[in-house]
Design a protein around this ligand. Structure first.
Ligand code: ASP
Ligand code: MG
Length: 413
C-alpha cells in the first residue's frame, strides 16, 4: 500500500458538481488500495472575492484579520469534499491547517512553514480514513491563523507529503502538466514528461503559474516527488524530479513570462564605491525584492542603474527611491510599468553554447527591443515591452523548436 497526497486546485473544486467529481476520483484512488491525504484550495475565485470583500469594509485590512478571512475559503471546500466522499460510502474527515499540524512563522499573508506535526492526520489515515486538509493555511508559533501566500495550497500539499513520507505528491490542476510555454499563448506548446527541480524553480520564479515557487523549493529540499496532472483526465502529467533522474535532458525545457514586474532606472548616479549598497539597502529593508540589476559603465563619472521589482511593490518603492536619489546625488529616477520578463530555462544550456544567441536573434528578427538581459547557468531572461511579450514567447518557442522536442542534449556533450 502506498500513501498518496493529492492536491486539487480552485478550478477543480469550482462548483458542487466538480467537487463530486473530485470525490469520485479520491475514492477510486482509495479503492485501489492507497492511503489518501487530500489537500484542497478554495472553490474557484473565492480567495479573490474575499479580498475584494475586505476592501469594501477596510482601506488597509489588518493582516491578522485578513488571514482569518481568507482561510475561510479552504474551510468551505474541505468540508464539502469530505461530505461528498462520505456520501460515496467512504470515511473522510477534514482538518484545518491548524488541526493538521501546519505550524508557521508569524508573517501574516506570507507565512513560512516551520514544522508539520502530522500525528492527527497520520492517525486518521491509519484508521483507514481519507484525510482532507485545508490548503494555504497554518497556525503561527504565536497561535494565530496564518496564510502561506497566493497559490500556497501547493506548499501545504508538499509539506504534508514530506511529513507523512508519502510516495508521491500529486498536484491536480486545470492544465494537464507543465508545458514548454503557456499553452494559452503558444498553441504549439508541448507537455513535458519530466522537468528537474532546478528548472521548475526557475520557471515558477519567473512567472509559470502552474506550481507555487515555495512548493517547489520545499519539494526539492525534502525530496518529495511531484506529479502535476489534470483533474479532468486520467493521463500522466509532468513529473518534477531530481536532475539525475531526468531521462532525456532537453537543452531548453521551457519558457516562462511575467508581466507583473516593473523596471526602475536611477539616472546619472555618481560612480563611487558604496553607492550600490546605499541604493539597495533601503529597498531591502522595506522588504522589496529587486531583480535583474544592471549598472552601465560610467560616462564622465556618472552611471545609470536599472533593476526590476514586482509592480505591486512600486507604490511603496517610489517614496524610498525619491529620497534615495537625492541622498546619493543622482539626477533622478524613472519607472516603467509596461514591461514583461521572458525567461528561457533549461539545464542543458550549461553545456550548450548558442542558446542565448538564438534567443536574441529571434527577438531581433521580429524587431522586439531587449531592455535588460540577465542570465544564470540554466536561464536567459530578457525584459521586453509588455505589448511584445506574447510575440516574444512565440518566436523564441519557434526558433528553439520546442514544439518538436528536437534539442535534446547528446550524452557526454
Ligand atoms: N486559495 C489560495 C489562492 O487563491 C491558495 C491556493 O489556491 O493555492 O491563492
Ligand atoms: Mg495554483
Amino acid at each position: 500500500m502506498s500513501l498518496v497526497v493529492q492536491k486539487y486546485g480552485g478550478t477543480s473544486v469550482g462548483d458542487p458538481e466538480r467537487i463530486r467529481r473530485v470525490a469520485q476520483r479520491v475514492v477510486e484512488t482509495a479503492e485501489g488500495g492507497d492511503a489518501v491525504c487530500v489537500v484542497v484550495s478554495a472553490m474557484g475565485h473565492t480567495t479573490d472575492e474575499l479580498i475584494e470583500l475586505a476592501a469594501q469594509v477596510s482601506r488597509d485590512p489588518h493582516p491578522r484579520e485578513m488571514d482569518m478571512l481568507l482561510t475561510a475559503g479552504e474551510r468551505i471546500s474541505m468540508a464539502l469534499l469530505s461530505m461528498a466522499i462520505n456520501d460515496l460510502g467512504h470515511n473522510a474527515v477534514s482538518f484545518t491547517g491548524s488541526q493538521a499540524g501546519i505550524v508557521t512563522d508569524t508573517t501574516h499573508g506570507k507565512a513560512k512553514i516551520v514544522e508539520v506535526r502530522s500525528a492527527r492526520v497520520r492517525e486518521a489515515l491509519e484508521e483507514g480514513k481519507i484525510a482532507i486538509v485545508a490548503g494555504f493555511q497554518g497556525v503561527s508559533t504565536a497561535r494565530d491563523v496564518t496564510t502561506l501566500g497566493r497559490g500556497g495550497s501547493d506548499t501545504t500539499a508538499v509539506a504534508m507529503a514530506a511529513a507523512l513520507e508519502a510516495d508521491v505528491c500529486e498536484i491536480y490542476t486545470d492544465v494537464d502538466g507543465v508545458y514548454t510555454a503557456d499553452p494559452r499563448l503558444v498553441p504549439g506548446a508541448r507537455k513535458l514528461r519530466q522537468v528537474s527541480f532546478e528548472e521548475m524553480l526557475d520557471l515558477s520564479a519567473n512567472g509559470a503559474g502552474v506550481l507555487a515557487l515555495r512548493s517547489v523549493e520545499y519539494a526539492r529540499t525534502h525530496g518529495v516527488k511531484l506529479h502535476v496532472r489534470s483533474s479532468f483526465k486520467p493521463d500522466e502529467g509532468t513529473w518534477v524530479v531530481k536532475e539525475e533522474d531526468v531521462l532525456e535532458q532537453a537543452i531548453v525545457s521551457g519558457i516562462a513570462h511575467d508581466t507583473g514586474e516593473a523596471k526602475v532606472t536611477i539616472r546619472a548616479v555618481p560612480d563611487r564605491p558604496g553607492v550600490a549598497g546605499r541604493t539597495f539597502r533601503p529597498l531591502a529593508e522595506a522588504g522589496i525584492n529587486v531583480d535583474m540589476i544592471v549598472q552601465n559603465t560610467s560616462v564622465a563619472g556618472l552611471a545609470d542603474i536599472s533593476f526590476t521589482l514586482p509592480e505591486s511593490d512600486l507604490a511603496r518603492a517610489e517614496p524610498i527611491l525619491e529620497q534615495l536619489a537625492r541622498a546619493i546625488d543622482a539626477e533622478g529616477f524613472t519607472c516603467e510599468r509596461e514591461i514583461a520578463k521572458v525567461s528561457v530555462v533549461g539545464a542543458g544550456m550549461r553545456s550548450n553554447p548558442g542558446v542565448a544567441a538564438a534567443i536574441f536573434e529571434a527577438l531581433a528578427d521580429e524587431g522586439i527591443n531587449i531592455e535588460i538581459i540577465s542570465t544564470s547557468s540554466i536561464r536567459v531572461s530578457c525584459v521586453v515591452p509588455a505589448r511584445d511579450a506574447e510575440r516574444a514567447v512565440n518566436v523564441i518557442h519557434e526558433r528553439l523548436r520546442l514544439a518538436d522536442n528536437v534539442l535534446l542534449q547528446a550524452d557526454g556533450v
